[in-house]
Design a protein around this ligand. Structure first.
Ligand code: AHR
Length: 499
C-alpha cells in the first residue's frame, strides 16, 4: 500500500504561470507547415493555420519562447522585418529560411493565440549592440531610429516583450558562435547592460548548461553567473530524456528523479555564487527546454528525422518529428511533477517544443492536426497546476532505476483558492492502491482524470484519439482520507475542493 499525505501548511512556493510556457523555433515544420501555412484551408488573413491557433489558444500557453534554439545563434532579426525578406541558409538545422515569418508576424500570431512571447537575442553571431537594437525595436515607444522603424513597419504600439533570453546553449560546440564560459559570461554581461539601459524593466535569462551531460557542467553555470549575477533574473536549464543505453520504460518514466537532481544542483550552484558575491538576490531557474526526445529510433518512433535527411535546404523539412507513446506521456507527467515540486526555484519553463518538432501538436501539410499522448499531461498542468505548490509526501515501494533508487509512485500537489490539484504518476505495471490523506482540511473530490494505456500506444492521424484522458466517477462525500486505485502505467489528475 502506498501513501500520499498533503498538508496545505507545507508550502514549497508559488507556481508561476510562466513555468507552463512552450517554445517555437524556426526548425523543421514548427513554423513553416506548423503554425504558418498560407495555403491551408483554415489559414487566417495572415497565413497562420486557424486549426493550430485554436488548439494553442484553448491550451492556454502563457508564454512562448522564440525564435530558437540553435537557429537563434545564426539569425539576424533584421531579416525578419520590413518588405525585403532575404532567403538564408539556416546552418543550425540545414534548412532554408525564407523569413516570411519574422518578429511582427510571430508576435501578432502569439497575441491572437493568447500567449506572450519570450524573445531570444542572438549571442552567437549577434552582438550586444544588435540585441539592444532589437529591444529598442520591440519595446521603445517612439522617436528613435529602431522604434520608428517598427512603427513604419505597421506596429504603432511597442510589442512590450518582458522576458528575454541572452542567447541559446552557448556551452555547446554545436552552437553557432559557441563561447567558453568566461567569454560568454562577459558577452552576456555587456549585453544585459545595454539591454537594460534601453528598457530597465525587462527580465533576463542567462544560458546555463545545455544538459547535465556536458563536461563543463556545473562549472559553466557558476562561471557564467559570476559575470552576470546582478544583471539577470533567471539561469536557464535544458533537459531532454530518452532511453539511456540499457534503459527500459521504467527508467524513462523515472526521469523525474534525474530532473529533480539537475534542478537542485543548478539551484545549489546559483546559491554558491550568491554567497561568494555576498548578493541579496536569489537566482530563479528557467527550464526553457524540457521534454522527452528520441534522437534514435525506439519502438513505434522509427523515423526520428535527424538533420541529415533528403530535405536539406528546403523550407519546413521534417526535423525531430517524434511520435510519442504512453511511456513518453507518463515520463512527461513525472517531469511536470518535478517542476511543481521545485516551485520555489523554477519560475519559468518551456516545453520544447509546441508544434511538429518534438511536439504535443502535430500537423499534416494541407491536412489535419492531432494531439500526441504528451499533449495531455502538459495540458493538465497548464490548466490546473497553479497557486502554491505543496509538499506531497509519498511513501511508496522503492525500485531501482538507472537514476538510482526511486519509488513506483511519484506525485505533486498544488493548492489554489480552496482547490487542490494532485498529480500522480504510477510507474508500476500493476494497479496500485494508495491511501491519500489531507492533513489540514476536509475536502470533496471534484474530478478524477486518468491517462493510461499500453506502454507503446500512440496517436496518429488515423487514430487521433487512441490515447486520451478518461474522466472517472468521483466520490462526492467530503473527507480527509481517500483510497485510490491507480491504474497500471498511468498519470492521474485528482481535483479536490474545500468548499
Ligand atoms: O529544441 C530543439 C533544440 O534542442 C534547440 O534548438 C536547442 O536549443 C536544443 O539543443
Amino acid at each position: 500500500m502506498h501513501k500520499i499525505t498533503v498538508d496545505k501548511e507545507f508550502v514549497i512556493g508559488d507556481v508561476e504561470r510562466d513555468v507552463w510556457g512552450s517554445f517555437i523555433e524556426h526548425m523543421g515544420r514548427a513554423v513553416y507547415g506548423g503554425v504558418y501555412e498560407p495555403s491551408h484551408p483554415t489559414a487566417d488573413a495572415h497565413g497562420f493555420r486557424g486549426d493550430v491557433t485554436d488548439i494553442v489558444k484553448n491550451l492556454g500557453v502563457p508564454i512562448i519562447r522564440y525564435p530558437g534554439g540553435n537557429f537563434l545563434s545564426g539569425y539576424n532579426w533584421k531579416d525578419g522585418i520590413g518588405k525585403d525578406r532575404p532567403k538564408r541558409l539556416d546552418l543550425a538545422w540545414g534548412q532554408l529560411e525564407p523569413n516570411e515569418v519574422g518578429l511582427h508576424e510571430f508576435c501578432e500570431w502569439a497575441q491572437r493565440a493568447g500567449s506572450r512571447v519570450m524573445m531570444s537575442a542572438n549571442l552567437g553571431t549577434g552582438t550586444p549592440q544588435e540585441a539592444a537594437q532589437l529591444v529598442e525595436y520591440c519595446n521603445f515607444s517612439k522617436g528613435s531610429y529602431w522604434s520608428d522603424l517598427r512603427r513604419k513597419n505597421g506596429r504603432e504600439k511597442p510589442f512590450a516583450i518582458d522576458t528575454w533570453c541572452l542567447g541559446n546553449e552557448m556551452d555547446g560546440d554545436w552552437q553557432i558562435g559557441h563561447l567558453t564560459a568566461e567569454e560568454y559570461g562577459r558577452k552576456a554581461h555587456e549585453t544585459a547592460k545595454l539591454v537594460k539601459w534601453v528598457d530597465k524593466n525587462v527580465r533576463l535569462v542567462v544560458c546555463g548548461s545545455s544538459s547535465p551531460g556536458m563536461a563543463t557542467y556545473p562549472d559553466w553555470d557558476a562561471r557564467v553567473l559570476r559575470h552576470t549575477y546582478e544583471d539577470v533574473d533567471y539561469i536557464s536549464l535544458h533537459r531532454y530524456y530518452s532511453y539511456e543505453e540499457k534503459g527500459n520504460e521504467f527508467d524513462l518514466m523515472s526521469a523525474h528523479a534525474d530532473f529533480d537532481a539537475f534542478i537542485k544542483t543548478v539551484s545549489a550552484t546559483a546559491d554558491f555564487v550568491k554567497a561568494s558575491l555576498r548578493s541579496k538576490k536569489t537566482m530563479k531557474l528557467s527550464i526553457d527546454e524540457w521534454n522527452v526526445w528520441h534522437t534514435r529510433p525506439v519502438f513505434h518512433c522509427k523515423q526520428v528525422y535527424n538533420d541529415n535527411d533528403a530535405d536539406r535546404w528546403t523550407v519546413g523539412p521534417r526535423r525531430a518529428e517524434n511520435v510519442y507513446d504512453v511511456t513518453d506521456a507518463i515520463a512527461l507527467g513525472g517531469l511536470v511533477c518535478a517542476i511543481i515540486n521545485n516551485a520555489d526555484r523554477v519560475k519559468m519553463g518551456c516545453l520544447a517544443q509546441l508544434v511538429n518538432v518534438i511536439a504535443p501538436i502535430m500537423t499534416q501539410n494541407g491536412g489535419g492536426v492531432y494531439k500526441q499522448t504528451t499533449y495531455y499531461p502538459y495540458a493538465m498542468a497548464v490548466a490546473h497546476a497553479k497557486g502554491t505548490a505543496l509538499h506531497a509526501a509519498v511513501c511508496s515501494d522503492p525500485a531501482e532505476c538507472i537514476y538510482g533508487d526511486t519509488q513506483k509512485i511519484y506525485a505533486a500537489c498544488t493548492h489554489d483558492n480552496g482547490e487542490y490539484a494532485l498529480f500522480v504518476v504510477n510507474k508500476s505495471d500493476k494497479e496500485e492502491d494508495c491511501a491519500l490523506r489531507f492533513a489540514s482540511s476536509s475536502v470533496a473530490m471534484v474530478s478524477r482524470t486518468e491517462l493510461t494505456g499500453g506502454l507503446h500506444d500512440y496517436n496518429d492521424f488515423e487514430h487521433p484519439n487512441r490515447v486520451v484522458p478518461q474522466n472517472r466517477a468521483v466520490e462526492k462525500e467530503k473527507g480527509q482520507s481517500y483510497s485510490l486505485r491507480l491504474p497500471a502505467h498511468s498519470f492521474t489528475l485528482l481535483r479536490f475542493a474545500e468548499k
